[in-house]
Design a protein around this ligand. Structure first.
Ligand SMILES: [Zn+2]
Length: 398
């Protein structure tokens, strides 16, 4: 294709909304608008990636460092909106809200008798732990929901130092919404001082670690009071016991025990469906240098960036037009920069756009029957006889 037909507009400056260099270069090279909308060049590239993605090994072909599991593949990037837990040792990877980890219970204690204590103004786990002078790990956190379809009240218990994952809860009980004060009180619980002990008409759901945690502080279902030494099994039981809490950075991998990392990512593929716009963003992030994109074959929209330097005696543009025809005839895809711009402008644009190979036709070399070839990732260029340039390019790409 010809540069002017694609209406490519490159930019000197990085867009001020760029959170990653890859995005910045996609905008500067004219693949995307600042608003992340594909241009003509961008649309052409996405179509190209869509064709490549019919091959299930596309991500290996593009040398993209991806992480994932059977269902989803992710790419780590600072601007990513999806947090995943990842084990650098065994490669376990899961969306953070669904990630499992090895829970470490405290040493088993003998069950102590229940003890009701006055705990004024202890509306949060932090305030309660401070007031009683004990760690948050020794408290039971209560969360209350209602199932929207049948208004069933759901009482959830997790250890006080952990966060409930609503995604994990929903896997157990279906959709939920926050319970109203009226619904909480109807069950027999007290807002801010709630526990599962003695509730009626409630579905009680507890995190599995609660079964191995003795003598926890929980609400007394009476304003201003808590109970010390509540114990699962003796004081209450649950309809559902499951993993309900969210993993954190540093938690132990459930497979190998190594520390999990939490990483910002974008999703490249879900259930074998590829997201080509995210693949383009990942490609740009993984493949660039200080001058622009360095897209790998065959991920680049074109194999060759062909340009001419205007001559005084020879019509270099016409010569380039001939070479363009023969390269395309040989099955290579070519972006022909047919503009009569200064050499520096065209070299800069070629570096920004990042095709694997640049071929330049200039008068001086052409008089010797040579053209200039420069792989994008190499520093120096080389002169190649024009009659062997096609084979040379093909051998460099494959
Ligand atoms: Zn692991």
């Amino acid at each position: 294709m010809k540069y002017r037909d694609l209406n490519i507009q490159t930019q000197r400056e990085a867009p001020n909304n760029a959170r990653t260099e890859g995005f910045s270069f996609l905008v500067r090279a004219g693949y995307l608008s600042r608003e992340n909308v594909p241009t003509q060049l961008g649309t052409h590239t996405l179509d190209h990636l869509r064709i490549l993605s019919s091959d299930p090994s596309i991500l290996d072909t593009l040398t993209l460092p991806a992480i994932g599991n059977e269902d989803e593949t992710f790419f780590a990037i600072a601007s990513g909106q999806i947090d995943v837990a990842h084990c650098p040792n065994c490669q376990y990877t899961e969306r953070l809200e669904l990630a499992q980890f090895k829970k470490v219970p405290f040493p088993k204690e003998d069950e102590l008798p229940l003890e009701k204590v006055l705990t004024p103004d202890c509306h949060t786990i932090e305030a309660l732990a401070d007031f009683l002078g004990m760690p948050k790990e020794k408290t039971a956190k209560a969360l209350m929901y209602t199932q929207p379809n049948d208004n069933k009240f759901i009482f959830v218990v997790v250890r006080g130092d952990m966060q409930l994952s609503e995604a994990k809860l929903k896997k157990q009980v279906g959709d939920v919404r926050a319970a109203t004060v009226e619904e909480i009180e109807r069950s027999g619980a007290a807002v801010g001082y709630a526990s599962p002990i003695g509730l009626k008409d409630s579905l009680i759901v507890v995190d599995d670690l609660i079964l191995q945690s003795q003598n926890l502080v929980a609400g007394a279902n009476e304003p201003g009071y808590h109970l010390k030494n509540t114990n699962y099994g003796r004081d209450y039981s649950a309809e559902i016991v499951a993993d309900l809490v969210q993993a954190r950075s540093g938690d132990a991998c459930k497979n190998c025990g190594s520390s999990l990392s939490v990483i910002s990512t974008i999703c490249l593929a879900a259930h074998k469906e590829y997201d080509v716009q995210n693949i383009l963003l990942a490609l740009a992030d993984a493949h660039h240098d200080s001058k622009g994109l360095t897209l790998p074959y065959p991920g680049a929209p074109f194999d060759v960036y062909l340009m001419h330097l205007p001559g005084k005696e020879i019509d270099t543009r016409a010569k380039s037009g001939e070479l363009y025809g023969s390269l395309e005839g040989a099955g290579l895809s070519v972006l022909f920069d047919d503009r009569d711009e200064r050499a520096g402008v065209k070299f800069n644009d070629a570096d920004l756009i990042g095709c694997p190979i640049r071929v330049t036709i200039g008068e001086k070399a052409l008089k010797e029957g040579m053209v200039e070839l420069k792989p994008r990732k190499e520093k120096d260029n080389q002169l190649v006889p024009i009659e062997t340039i096609t084979e040379r390019i093909i051998s460099l790409l494959k």
